[in-house]
Design a protein around this ligand. Structure first.
Ligand code: NAP
Length: 438
């Protein structure tokens, strides 16, 4: 039987775990092409996981093994929708899997949100992760920053801003990021949640890390931890809520240590307006009981979640920001679209940790296997490689990525780091070409 030809759009954890599940099964011979609009693979593992989360970062070794499979080809720096359309992929492949995640950020929808000094945490994270398409958000010359939202992204951001920059010096953060963090004048970070302490979205392990950040006092107001009878009943019924709540209690009882930086956790406080004329000067908030207050700040980061974006030629549910699916199969006008699947955040929305994508990949691989006998095999007119070459698209293949990887490791070795990320897209493409020539 001919190999099943699969295109996976997105070389992040969702795409690569799906490719892995398809390549690992023994029932059907497959070949997988993985496309990504960035020159380098690994998606949010490379451009989202905080640089000090080394254990999570080490998942790259596993995902690299997927790329190393000879049945897989990488097409980095290829924008699906621009360089090649979804229809063209569907003509050339028996199976197309959408795994391009949630590229945008959610907004607060308050006045002043677009002032310089106000941006999304997703952009801020992309910046400190060396994403090629993101410019520095702001200088850090103000003394106070406000982070809105109580999920794990918010925790990453306050941890990166709260710890001494030297703690990140041994990681892969780009040099200009490190320089800005070293020059930071921040002394006070405010983390605001619009709901109560039982409704924060962070996970306990990540919350606990905050208390271990060197040079940072975590301050919790005891009044914020007073629960309504309903909340108390929830706490009694849901064991998972107890550990984080106890941690907050411990912090509320802890005396200040006099650390150089302070993190003020504020619950039941929501932003009303970002204040300032030419740039951010403050944030007006509404606290418990409707009381309004102005926090002086030069930096407002909204960490209120990611948002999926539509891709031309792919059905999209604008309310949920996802591709509509049933058991991983894409639905077009409510009916299953033959040979088209979705995996990861683009299927289930921007929730779950990186490892959640492994189950997602398996779900899609199982669906593909179950459907395989009935899938029409496409007689490919030409190969994707020829099509991209004919259009002058400078795509990065596995050996190009290996070249970038080697160049980044060599750069890192000069400063005793495992890797120093290459940031600008032209520099990434140049590194990929260098290797192709060698
Ligand atoms: P998230 O977990 O959905 O948290 C978003 C936060 O923003 C919530 O506290 C939410 O409050 C708040 N929010 C939303 N709209 C708001 C508004 N208009 N005003 C004020 N607050 C608002 O999103 P995330 O932090 O971006 O994380 C996305 C996913 O990635 C999560 O599954 C997360 O666990 C995962 N992640 C994991 C790690 C890790 O494992 N270390 C690191 C980063 C991200 P409400 O609850 O009131 O809506």
């Amino acid at each position: 039987m001919d190999d099943l030809r699969v295109a996976v759009v997105g070389a992040g954890p969702a795409g690569l775990y799906t490719a892995d599940a398809l390549l690992f099964q023994q029932e059907l011979p497959v070949r997988v092409d993985v496309l990504d609009r960035l020159p380098a693979p690994f998606g949010l593992l490379r451009y989202g996981v905080a640089p000090d989360h080394l254990r999570m970062k080490s998942l790259q070794v596993q995902l690299q093994q997927v790329l190393d499979d000879p049945r897989l080809r990488l097409f980095g720096n290829v924008d699906v929708g621009t360089d090649v359309t979804v229809a063209e992929l569907r003509e050339r492949y028996d199976v197309v899997v959408h795994a391009y995640g949630a590229a945008a950020d959610r907004r607060l929808d308050v006045p002043g949100e677009d002032l310089p000094g106000s941006t999304s945490a997703t952009r801020f994270v992309a910046w400190y992760s060396g994403h090629p398409d993101v410019t520095p958000p702001s200088d850090l010359s103000c003394r106070s920053a406000v982070v809105v939202g109580m999920g794990n992204v918010a925790l990453d951001v306050v941890r990166v801003l709260g710890q001494p920059a030297e703690r990140l010096a041994g990681t892969d953060v780009p040099d200009d990021v490190l320089a800005l963090l070293r020059a930071s004048a921040l002394t006070d970070l405010h983390l605001l949640g619009r709901r109560g302490p039982l409704d924060a979205r962070w996970t306990w392990k990540e919350l606990r890390e905050l208390g271990e950040v060197e040079g940072l006092d975590v301050l919790v107001r005891p009044d914020d931890l007073v629960l309504s009878p309903d909340e108390q009943a929830r706490l009694d019924d849901e064991p998972a809520l107890r550990r984080p709540f106890q941690l907050l209690h411990d912090w509320a009882a802890r005396p200040r240590s006099g650390a150089p930086r302070r993190l003020h956790l504020r619950f039941r406080t929501r932003p009303l307006a970002v204040l300032g004329d030419d740039r951010v000067r403050g944030l007006r908030v509404e606290g418990d009981g409707g009381r309004t207050e102005e926090l002086a700040t030069g930096l407002v980061l909204r960490a209120v979640g990611y948002r999926g974006l539509p891709v031309a030629g792919v059905p999209f549910d604008p309310d949920r920001g996802v591709v509509p699916t049933s058991e991983g199969r894409v639905l077009r006008d409510g009916a299953v679209s033959s040979g088209e699947y979705a995996s990861g955040w683009v299927r289930r929305g921007p929730v779950g940790v990186l490892g959640t994508n492994r189950a997602d990949g398996q779900l899609v691989a199982d669906a593909v296997l179950a459907d395989a006998a009935a899938l029409p095999r496409r007689a490919a007119s030409d190969d994707l490689e020829q099509l991209l070459e004919s259009r002058g698209v400078a795509f990065v293949c596995c050996s190009g990525w290996a070249a970038i990887d080697a160049a980044e490791r060599a750069l890192g070795a000069r400063t005793d780091r495992p890797r120093a990320k290459i940031v600008p897209r032209p520099a990434l493409l140049a590194a990929a070409r260098e290797c192709a020539r060698a």
